[in-house]
Design a protein around this ligand. Structure first.
Ligand code: FDA
Length: 303
């Protein structure tokens, strides 16, 4: 599978060198708002004017230094303050490995709690991104733990490609946290995850039916038009109000679909990454779609 191959070679030094050069940077900017918060806020403003909200992701993962993890939490805190002061509509998406999970789970929870507390003060919310399977348990546990202290403020992403997700979803729905349902973007072993698109899509559809019929707040994160149509049919069938769930899409992906959903009267939130540590995020976006690989290679050879 092309995706697994790209993710497998992404950390080879020569691939990294090529992909982070001038061309890589230019292509990455299609998926990343920019390197600092000013760039991100400009994008959020434009999205708000287009009728959609945003989720700010300060790029960074697998941080192995307590000072850097705390600095990331501080950046999130100041991002909330900037959003609040400018009256923009944006919440936060946070990776626990950026908060120090590899270092010490308690450090990560402490940093995430600081972000959640500030978000709650500003009447905002925080969604924990889901990383690879080594982090599934701590991410779900942290979400549930923080949601006790900050009820209504926490959400977490779950990945349809993992066999375990059905059970995780039940726990999360019971706790009534916000649930972002995505397909999953990492390279996972076949003993724990579906690899064929047909199986991942079928799992997504099953989880979606369960999620939209619950009292949790569903965040339907996909650009897959068949699944989006299916989601619309499901919510219409059960008569769920349009202000009780949202569609989420990534910055730089299917802008036409983002606008169409707004025109149709759905809540739409766009995930807006910013920061200098864009490489792993960018490689996941490249790996998701063969056309992106071709586009990137074409840009490289036409230099
Ligand atoms: P699929 O891959 O089948 O794509 C459907 C169509 O969407 C494609 O045909 C193409 O038109 C378009 N498309 C999809 N990806 C594209 C790309 N990179 N470039 C251009 N077009 C593209 N994953 C994870 O593991 N943990 C997480 O926390 C999150 N968080 C998250 C938040 C939000 C808001 C979104 C939308 C997605 C995530 N993801 C994620 C990523 C997710 O798991 C998945 O990898 C991507 O969304 C791609 O899958 P689709 O559902 O879009 O379907």
């Amino acid at each position: 599978m092309l995706r697994n191959l790209i993710l497998a070679v992404a950390n080879r030094p020569f691939v990294r060198r090529i992909a982070t050069g001038g061309v890589g940077r230019r292509v990455a900017l299609r998926f990343v708002a920019g390197e600092d918060i000013e760039d991100a806020l400009k994008v959020v403003k434009i999205l708000n004017e287009r009728g959609m909200s945003a989720s700010l992701d300060y790029l960074g993962e697998n941080v192995h230094d307590a000072t850097a993890a705390q600095a990331a939490a501080d950046t999130y805190r100041s991002a909330i303050e900037r959003v609040e002061a400018s009256g923009l509509q944006a919440n936060l998406s946070v990776k626990l490995t950026q908060m120090g999970l590899d270092l010490d789970p308690e450090v990560a929870i402490g940093n995430a709690a600081v972000v959640a507390a500030r978000a709650a003060e500003a009447d905002g919310t925080v969604t924990l991104d889901m990383e690879d399977h080594r982090y599934t348990d701590p991410t779900i546990d942290t979400c549930l733990r923080l949601s006790h202290s900050y009820p209504g403020r926490l959400g977490v992403a779950i990945q349809a490609y993992l066999f375990r997700t059905e059970k995780d979803l039940e726990r999360l729905m019971e706790a009534r946290v916000q649930v972002r349902l995505c397909k999953g973007a990492y390279r996972e072993p076949s003993k724990i995850a579906y690899h064929r698109k047909i199986d991942v899509d079928a799992a997504y559809a099953r989880l979606l039916v369960r999620l939209v019929s619950s009292e949790a707040y569903p965040m339907i994160a996909t650009h897959d038009e068949r699944l989006i149509r299916f989601a619309k049919e499901q919510v219409a069938k059960i008569g769920r109000d349009r202000d009780t769930f949202e569609f989420q899409l990534l910055y730089g992906v299917r802008r036409d679909l983002q606008d169409q959903l707004v025109r149709e009267g759905y809540r739409v939130r766009v995930y807006v990454p910013f920061g200098t540590e864009w490489y792993p995020y960018f490689m996941r976006r490249i790996a998701e779609r063969p056309a992106n690989v071709k586009f990137f290679l074409r840009q490289l050879v036409s230099r």
